[in-house]
Write a protein that binds this ligand. Structure first.
Ligand code: ZN
Length: 331
C-alpha cells in the first residue's frame, strides 16, 4: 500500500514533551500548497505502555477535546512511565467547523476505517491512525459525546468481544475511569469504526459518551478529566492515586434498546435521562408541525431499563434515533 501523505512534526520515539502536528497536504482555493495541521502531543519517559488518547473523532463533541487540550499542556514526563500520545481533535476539520462530519468531504471519521492513503481527506486521517498510530498503542481511549443531535447519561464504555481477556482488560479500565455510568455497549452500525479497527488489532479500547447537545457542562468536563487520569493510572502509565468513583453498570443486550422516529415533528419526551422506563410504555409524543387539531404519534420503548440517550433537538425526522434504553446489571 502507498505511504501515508501525513507527516508528523514530532518524533514518536523521543523522550520528553513535544507539541506538534500531523501535517496533511490539502491543496485548495485559499492555499495552493496548503496543509491541514492536526495538533498532537507526545510525552515519553523511558519504557512502559503507550496510551493513545483522542477527542473530536466527531467534531461537535467537546468533553474529550477540553480534557485533552488541558492534559497535553499539563502532563509532565516525570509523572509517567511509558508514552502518552494525545490528539484532542482527531477529525480536525470537523472540529474547527463544529460539525460531526468533515466540511471538506462530509466524511464521518468513525465510519471511515481502515481508510485509504489515496482517498478523501477523512480517509487519509483514518489510514494514518490505522497504520501508524494504533500499532504504537497498548491502550486506546476515544472520547465521544452526543454532539448536536443526541444527549447521553455520562458514561464510559467498552464492547463485548470474542477475545475475553481483551474484553476483561477493557472493562477493568472502564471501571477505573469511574464515570457515573459504565456501559457494555452495543453498536447499531459498527462497520468502519475506529473502535472496531483498534479491537481487531488486539488493542484495549475504551470509549465514552459524556453528554451532548453540542456543548460540554462543568460536570461532564470534570468527569472526562478525572476519568482520563484514572485510566492512565490503571494502565500503569501515570503515577499517583486514582480517584475511584461510584458507577452504575448498564448493558445494551440487543436492538430493542433503540427507538426510532417514523415521522417528522415536534418531539415531547415523557421521561428524562436516568429515568426508569417500562417496556411498552410511551416515551415521547411527536406532534405534526403543519396544522393544529391533529393527534400526536406516540412512541413506545421496547424494553424496560434506564433512559440512557435521547434525541436532543426539539424537532425530529423519520429515522432519527429518539431514545436508547439500557438495562442495569452487576458490574
Ligand atoms: Zn461521537
Amino acid at each position: 500500500m502507498k505511504p501515508s501523505p501525513i507527516s508528523p512534526t514530532v518524533d514518536f520515539e523521543a523522550e520528553g514533551v513535544q507539541h506538534g502536528f500531523l501535517r496533511l497536504p490539502h491543496s485548495r482555493d485559499d492555499a495552493a500548497w496548503g496543509s491541514i495541521m492536526i495538533p498532537v502531543t507526545v510525552i515519553r519517559n523511558g519504557e512502559g505502555p503507550t496510551a493513545l488518547l483522542t477527542g473530536a473523532n466527531h467534531g461537535d463533541e467537546y468533553e474529550g477535546p477540553i480534557a485533552l487540550f488541558e492534559l497535553a499542556r499539563s502532563l509532565r514526563p516525570e509523572e509517567i512511565a511509558g508514552r502518552v500520545i494525545i490528539l484532542p481533535s482527531m477529525n480536525h476539520p470537523a472540529f474547527l467547523a463544529g460539525t460531526r462530519t468533515s466540511p471538506i468531504d462530509r466524511g464521518n471519521l468513525n465510519r471511515s476505517f481502515p481508510g485509504r492513503p489515496d482517498g478523501t481527506i477523512t480517509e487519509k486521517i483514518a489510514d494514518y491512525f490505522q497504520r501508524t498510530l494504533l500499532p504504537m498503542a497498548d491502550v486506546v481511549l476515544d472520547f465521544h459525546s452526543g454532539g448536536r443531535t443526541l444527549d447521553f447519561l455520562p458514561f464510559c464504555a467498552a464492547h463485548v468481544l470474542p477475545a475475553k481477556e481483551q474484553e476483561a482488560r477493557a472493562f477493568d479500565l472502564v471501571r477505573a475511569f469511574g464515570a457515573p455510568w459504565s456501559v457494555k455497549m452495543l453498536e447499531i452500525d459498527a462497520a468502519g469504526m475506529y473502535d472496531t479497527a483498534a479491537e481487531e488489532m488486539g488493542k484495549v479500547f475504551v470509549t465514552t459518551e459524556l453528554g451532548g447537545g453540542g456543548t460540554a457542562s462543568a460536570r461532564t468536563i470534570r468527569i472526562a478529566a478525572r476519568g482520563c487520569r484514572n485510566l492512565l493510572i490503571a494502565a500503569g502509565i501515570l503515577q499517583g492515586k486514582p480517584e475511584p468513583q461510584e458507577t452504575t453498570w448498564l448493558d445494551m443486550p440487543d436492538g430493542d434498546c433503540f427507538t426510532f422516529a417514523e415521522e417528522a415533528g415536534l418531539i415531547a419526551f415523557l421521561a428524562d435521562l436516568g429515568d426508569e422506563v417500562v417496556a411498552g410504555e410511551p416515551i415521547a409524543r411527536i406532534y405534526p408541525t403543519g396544522r393544529t387539531g391533529v393527534d400526536p404519534v406516540v412512541l413506545h420503548v421496547r424494553r424496560s431499563g434506564i433512559l440512557t440517550a435521547r434525541h436532543f433537538p426539539g424537532l425530529v425526522k423519520p429515522g432519527d434515533c429518539v431514545a436508547v434504553v439500557a438495562v442495569k446489571v452487576e458490574g
